[in-house]
Structure formats: structure tokens, C-alpha cells
Design a protein around this ligand. Structure first.
Ligand code: CP
Length: 309
């Protein structure tokens, strides 16, 4: 991997660089002990403008396993709230080796990147969630090591940041992704990303759910309402409208009768909405393994970005 210094989106990574990172993530997972100590004496700043369980825990535990340290910064109780983002980012980068940030707006993340003198990792913004997509593909590679490149994924839900990152990573790796996405989160469609999928012939859209899942190896869903709006009273009307529109697209036991696919979800789960509790706990669900793989994926990203730093 030559000149890469950040992971904001797969847009910025070539097919070869992404393939190399996947191979490396598998290696990191299979050789967990080997990398202990690789981040000794180094710190990561983890800045959160939104809530998180997996992203925070996997990066923090990952840094600990690598022998480094992670500093949690809550946007609301830091001076990112008061000052220019690039100034605060430059300050941070004079103290830590790497920054992971979960910001609401991609524009703000790019400003943070411009101020930082160290690698910046996108921990999920309105447009992209690359670390999630990396863990998703790592999960599939570990699940089907011999033929993962022939895998067919069917994503059912709202077109959102997770979808954009799935489109980017599957296009780079030649994995087919069928989208059943009756609606999109506001301004979430990134034409450049869709073009990459189209040019590789790895993306298609399907309206009929049973047709979409028939040949799928994995069915994947995500929340219908973005995390920062889920419990926001101002968003309740839109939330109710989305639920009514999306309910026919729920992943439930009836749908599983029409496919042999395994079930994926990036979590947090809203059981009873995009997926039923029964399916989450079904033997075909690999959701908790997928979430566990965030740890190895995060470690691989940190190690790669700091390889030459
Ligand atoms: N999937 C994911 O990013 O989980 P968190 O929002 O809990 O970090």
C-alpha cells in the first residue's frame, strides 16, 4: 500500500489497495498474538459526535491488543464544540499517532482530515461507514474462504452510509451486491460510488423481495432510521412513515423460507422493525460474528495506515 494515509471512504482506495487490506485483515485475525505490541507507545484519539457501541469498543480494545492506547473524546464535552474543527484536529495530531472520528457530516470529517497531520479514519459519517464494510467482507471471507469472491450479497433496507461503503468495497473485490432499497436517507446517494459498482457490473437493483433473495448467499439489513434520529421527537412522523413503507421488507422467518442465505446486520438492531428477534437468533444469523470482526478489521486499518507513518 503506497501513499494512503487516511480511510475516509473506499472512493479514495484502489481495487488493489482494498484487496490487500482484506488479505491483511484476515492475516491479523488469524495471527492475533503476533501484532501485540505493534502500537506500543502510540495513542489514538477517538472523537464521537454520535453514539456508538461497536465502533468505540472495537477501536479501543483493538488499540489495547496492539499495545497502544485509545483516548475517547465526546464532541459535546470537548472544545470541538467551540472552535474550528481543523485547528482542534491539528492540535490532536500533535499528540496522537492516529485519529478515528465519527462525525455527523462528511464535510466536517474532511475539514478534520485537512487539519490533521496523522491518519484519519472515518468511524461512520452521513455518507460512509468503511470500517463496517471491511468487517462485513472479512466475515464473508472467513465464512467461505474458498469461494468468497463468488458470493452474492442482497442488501434489503434503506439506502444509507453502510450501503455506500458496501457498494464501494464489493465493486473493488468483484462481489455481487443486489440492492432492495425502496427509499434512501436524505442526500445519501453518491453517484461516484454507484458508478464504480456499475462499471464493475457488481451492483444491481431488484424490487421483488423473493426474487432478490432467491440466489443470495447473504441477506443484509440495517436500521431504517439513522441512529441520531431514532429517538428524536422531531423525526417521529418521518420515522412512522418509513416504518409503514419498509415493513414489507422486514427480514423475518417467512422471508427465510425463500432463500438459503445467511443473515447479516451491522447492529444496533431494532428488533421487530428491519429484522425480527427470531431471525437475529436463528442459526443462519452470523450477526454477532460480523460485529465481533469489527475488532480485527479495525486493527488491520490502524496497522496499515501507520505502516509507513
Ligand atoms: N455498526 C456500528 O457502527 O455500531 P455502533 O454504531 O454501535 O458503533
Amino acid at each position: 500500500m503506497s501513499t494512503l494515509t487516511h480511510l475516509i471512504s473506499w472512493k479514495d482506495w484502489s481495487d488493489d489497495q482494498i484487496a490487500e487490506l482484506i488479505d491483511f485483515a484476515v492475516y491479523v485475525k488469524q495471527n492475533r498474538v503476533f501484532f501485540s505490541g505493534h502500537m506500543a507507545g502510540r495513542s489514538m484519539a477517538m472523537l464521537f459526535q454520535k453514539t456508538s457501541t461497536r465502533t468505540r469498543v472495537s477501536f479501543e480494545a483493538g488499540m489495547t491488543e496492539l499495545g497502544g492506547h485509545a483516548i475517547f473524546l465526546d464532541w459535546m464535552s470537548s472544545n470541538f464544540l467551540l472552535s474550528d474543527i481543523d485547528f482542534e484536529a491539528e492540535y490532536l495530531s500533535r499528540n496522537v499517532s492516529i485519529i478515528m472520528a465519527r462525525l455527523k457530516r462528511n464535510e466536517d470529517l474532511l475539514i478534520l482530515q485537512s487539519g490533521s497531520k496523522v491518519p484519519v479514519i472515518n468511524g461512520c459519517c452521513n455518507l460512509f461507514h468503511p470500517c463496517q464494510a471491511l468487517a462485513d467482507i472479512l466475515t464473508i471471507v472467513m465464512d467461505r474462504p474458498k469461494d468468497w469472491k463468488k458470493t452474492k450479497i442482497c442488501y434489503i433496507g434503506v439506502h444509507n452510509n453502510v450501503v455506500n461503503s458496501l457498494v464501494g468495497i464489493t465493486a473493488a473485490l468483484g462481489i455481487h451486491l443486489t440492492l432492495v432499497t425502496p427509499i434512501a436517507s436524505p442526500d445519501s446517494i453518491v453517484p461516484e460510488v454507484i458508478e464504480r459498482g456499475k462499471s464493475k457490473g457488481t451492483i444491481s437493483w431488484e424490487k421483488d423481495l423473493k426474487t432478490a433473495v432467491r440466489d443470495a448467499d447473504y441477506v443484509y439489513t440495517d436500521t431504517w432510521v439513522d441512529m441520531e434520529f431514532f429517538n428524536d421527537p422531531k423525526f417521529q412522523k418521518e420515522k412512522e412513515e418509513r416504518i409503514e413503507l419498509m415493513m414489507p421488507y422486514q427480514i423475518n422467518s417467512e422471508l427465510l423460507k425463500h432463500t438459503k442465505a445467511k443473515v447479516m446486520h451491522d447492529m444496533p438492531i431494532h428488533a421487530g422493525y428491519e429484522i425480527t428477534r427470531e431471525v437475529v437468533l436463528n442459526e443462519r444469523s452470523i450477526i454477532f460474528t460480523q460485529a465481533e470482526n469489527r475488532l480485527d478489521a479495525q486493527k488491520a486499518v490502524v496497522l496499515k495506515l501507520l505502516e509507513k507513518a
